[in-house]
Each structure stands twice: as C-alpha cells, then as structure tokens.
Design a protein around this ligand. Sequence first.
Ligand code: UD1
Ligand code: UDP
Length: 366
Amino acid sequence: MTAKPLLIHITGARPNFPKAAPVIAAMEHHPVRQMLVHTGQHYDARMSEVFFAQLGLPEPDVNLGVGSGSHATQTAAIMVGLEELFAREHPDLVVVYGDVNSTVAAALVAAKMGIPVAHVEAGLRSFDMTMPEEINRLLTDRLSNLLLVTSVDAIAHLGREGADAAAIHFVGNPMIDTLLQHVDSLDSESVAGQVGVDCSQPYVVGTLHRPGNVDDVTNVRELVRAVHSVADQVRFVIPLHPRGRARLEDAGFMNHHNVTVVDPLGYVEFLALVRGAAAVVTDSGGVQEETTVLGVPCLTLRPNTERPVTITHGTNQLVTRQSLPSVLAEVLATGRQATWPVPPLWDGEAGPRIADVLARHLGVVS
Ligand code: UD1
Ligand code: UDP
C-alpha cells in the first residue's frame, strides 16, 4: 500500500491562523496526511495561542520558535528550520498563507527543494514596494505552483505577471469562512463591558501596526493627533499590536480620556467588539475584509490597499492621518448601511474549494 501524500501547512503570524483553519478542517475529508508548522514569528499568547484555542486548529506538529528579528534574521531562521524539516519529512505539497515573512520563507525553501507550493491569497497587489508584504506577495506567487485567489482583481494581476492560467484557482476567501463560522456567537455587549466600553454609546475600534504608521516618530506624532481628534468625537478603543506600542506611548497616545488601549484581543473577542462598532480605523489587511462582511464602516489609514474589492464591494475607504477626523465625522453622521454587497465567493465555502484543488493536485480525487 502506498503512503498517503503529505501536505505541510505553514503558519506563523496572527493573520495566518484564521486563513489556515478552514483549509485544514476541509482537508480532513481527503485521504492525505497533514502537518501544521508554526514558525514562531508571533509567539505572545494573545498573538498566537488564543487562535489555536478559539479556531479549533490542531496543535502545531512543529514550532520553529524563530521569534522576532530583522527581516533577514527572521526570514533566514525560518528558512533554515524549514529546510531541515522538509528534508526529513519529504512533503508532497507545502501550503502557505497570506503575505508575512513566514509565507515567503517557506515558498523559497520549498521551491528550491523542488516541492510544489500552494499559495492561499495569491495575486493581491498594493503596488507599493515600500511594504514588506508586497515583496513577500510577489516572490511567493512567482514561486507557487497553485495560486489560490480570493478576489477577481488578483486573477488579472497574476495574468499580467505571466502566471500560468491553469495554476490560478478562484476559490474565495477562507478568512471569511472563519468569520462566518463564528459570527452568530459574537457577543459585542459582553466584550465591550470587559474592555470598559459603554456600548449604549457609539464607539470606534482601532488596530494599527503597519511600519508606515507606527515606526517613524514624525508619523507617530501625526497619528496621535489624528486619533485624538477622533476621540474628541467618540470613544476610541484599540487592542494595540505590540509593534509600535512603546513609540505610541512615548508620543502620548494614551493621554486622552476617550482613548481606551487594551492588549491584543482573542479572535472572538476582537470581532465581537468590531461587530458592535460604529466604525473601524485600521491598517490591517484582514480587518478590511472582515468589516466588509460585517457591514461595519472601515477607514483604512493607508495610501493604498491590496484589497480594492473591500472598497468596490464593501464598507472600506482609504484615509490619511489628515483626513481621518473629518471622514469619521461623516461616517458617524451617516450611520451604517442597512444592506451591503459582499464580494463573490466570500460565502463560507472557500476552505472546501481550496481543499478540492489541493486534493486534485495530490491526485487523491479524480
Ligand atoms: C507581521 C507581518 C505583517 C502582518 C502582521 C500581523 C511581516 C513582514 N509582517 O508584522 O504583514 O500584518 O505580522 O500582525 O511578516 N512582537 C511581540 N510579540 C509577538 C510578535 C511580535 O512583542 O508575538 C513584537 C516584537 O517587538 C517584534 C514586532 O512586534 O519585533 C514586530 O513583529 P514581526 O513579526 O516582525 O512583524 P509584525 O509587525 O508583527
Ligand atoms: N485580530 C484579533 N485580535 C486583535 C486584532 C486583530 O484577533 O486584537 C484578528 C483580526 O480579526 C484578523 C486578524 O487578526 O482576523 C488580522 O491580523 P492582523 O491585523 O494582525 O494582520 P494583517 O491582516 O494586517 O496582515
């Protein structure tokens, strides 16, 4: 009897976990062996462990424990760890998620070892090469044999870059599978109470962690001014990512009676808070998508987005640190829309579609 093919999933940072969970669950229905690798890029319990507990992810088979470091240090440590692992395990397919350093590191190692790579969330482009994620996306897609696409615009980007049309599969958005699995259990009132927010009044949820917003001292000062102008209008609650926390603190971010800073929240708690919010201010990729499905107005503090479908179909708009307070005032005055469109195939079935593509590639379904 021949052994079942081995598929290795690579995760490492917070946004990887809600993308991988539905794929791993759906692959259980196919005759394959699965291994889950955690690179250790994120390691705080609130950035990692909580997702395994809440999303029904299996315990990682391997944790490389690479931790934080410069891009080269972190990416190289992941590559060394994965090369040893792949040499030992001989996977038939490596599945990578999103656009973080763990994603590109795994794709590079697998491709050089002749192991096929599947990229979940392929083809997104901000066209902004100052973002490390854009570099990671371009390289990962170039190295991938299966390009699993969440939105139609991504197909065009990959086509223009010369990707083989047969490698591109429009499968929908697995992050939205995870959201839809949890949406009915999101208790906004209870979580607002836990973080000290009076949810009988409108409140805005923030997440900020992009280098473009939180790494440079001048930008941080502007950001603090912008958020304080928001907080003059409405309670602003922010589960603060560890990146930039010290810089924001030093710039007086917390010195406003209407700014509530809390530690990063678990997945369920965070989305419960978002669901009850009047608006979200963010620079996160995933949060732009989740607010689109939840119908919560999203103001994205970035000059561009690799997720334009959240603007054309969703609740998202781009703002600058200068325009944020006035745009938010308009959004608060208008209120939420009663109905809103959702991008095609963001329907909770992306996991099974991805599993089907992977299983076909592995030759375990006809
Ligand atoms: C990474 C991803 C980014 C993604 C974000 C999601 C890259 C290049 N960037 O950015 O695309 O949007 O994750 O959250 O892969 N830290 C902790 N505890 C942790 C993890 C990080 O304190 O568990 C702190 C460390 O000081 C670290 C800093 O956060 O130096 C940045 O972490 P890192 O993984 O390098 O990048 P992120 O900014 O988290
Ligand atoms: N998230 C969370 N707790 C928080 C903030 C975000 O669980 O305090 C979730 C969010 O709902 C989404 C994911 O983390 O599922 C997005 O990760 P992040 O913003 O760190 O990364 P990005 O999507 O920008 O790469």
